[in-house]
Design a protein around this ligand. Structure first.
Ligand code: 13P
Length: 254
């Protein structure tokens, strides 16, 4: 049985003070909905304060990015050793990082290895853009991203990872993938690619989130799908009442 995981990717939003206030408002959810794993991913500068505010609660904290090297002359970057002990998760390979910051499949793989090497659990993002989707390239592209991300990882390492399937055309557009399409890619493409690497039994334990305009209106239908194990949530995770509604609906579906 895969425990559903809802993660809020706050992106470049909220000052440290706002982030802490928001994190405190989420605290009651941890005891109310033990069936759902919750994670918040604030910007780097808010991580220490948010981690402190949520310490001892069941709400996890994640970073939005990590560098692949241990340390050195990489102005503006943050390494896995700096995040170790501070956060539980780290988002790697988000499409915005791939698109605006030149992250390649190879870098994603190196970042995953760096994160795992410091006990951080990667949330690895994959997904196709609109042109690729319309050209019928989704399955090949997404399967390729998964295989590249997991290159050289042992099953033990792979078991630490959560995958987020985020079709780029659905991110921030208010246009989510249909639950059926999202579940098909999560199951027939992502889970199958994992099965090809580590075996069918292993792939059944892998948690795969959907991301892209997920909100309180569509999360119920998404979570009713057999191969969707949660969501990576952008805009809707910035409002406490909407995030709570999403957690509650997810808990009710399980
Ligand atoms: P939205 O939920 O705002 O579409 O963002 C999704 C996302 O990119 C989460 O990582």
């Amino acid at each position: 049985m895969r425990k559903p995981i809802l993660a809020g990717n706050w992106k470049m939003n909220k000052t440290p003070a706002e982030a802490v206030e928001f994190a405190r408002a989420l605290l009651p959810l941890a005891t109310r909905y033990p069936q759902v794993e919750m994670v918040v991913c604030p910007p780097f500068v808010a991580l220490p304060a948010v981690a402190e505010a949520l310490a001892g609660s069941r709400i996890g904290v994640g970073a939005q990015n990590v560098h692949w090297e241990k340390n050195g002359a990489f102005t503006g970057e943050v390494s896995a050793s700096m995040l170790a002990g501070l956060v539980d998760y780290v988002i790697i390979g988000h499409s915005e990082r791939r698109q605006y910051f030149g992250e390649t499949d190879e870098l994603v793989n190196r970042k995953i290895k760096a994160a795992l090497g410091h006990g951080l659990k990667p949330i690895v993002c994959v997904g196709e853009d609109l042109a690729q989707n319309e050209a019928g390239m989704t399955d090949t592209l997404v399967a390729g991203q998964v295989r590249a991300a997991f290159a050289g990882l042992t099953a033990e390492q792979a078991g630490q990872i959560v995958i987020a399937y985020e079709p780029i055309w659905a991110i921030g557009t208010g246009k989510n993938a249909t639950p059926e399409d999202a579940s098909r890619v999560c199951g027939q493409v992502v889970r199958r690619a994992i099965a090809g690497l580590y075996g069918a039994g292993f792939s059944q334990a892998m948690r795969i989130q959907y991301g892209g305009s997920a909100n309180d209106k569509n999360i119920g239908d998404l979570m009713a799908m057999p191969d969707i194990d949660g969501a990576l949530i952008g805009g809707a995770s910035l409002k406490a009442d909407v995030f709570e509604a999403m957690v509650r609906i997810t808990a009710e579906r399980r």
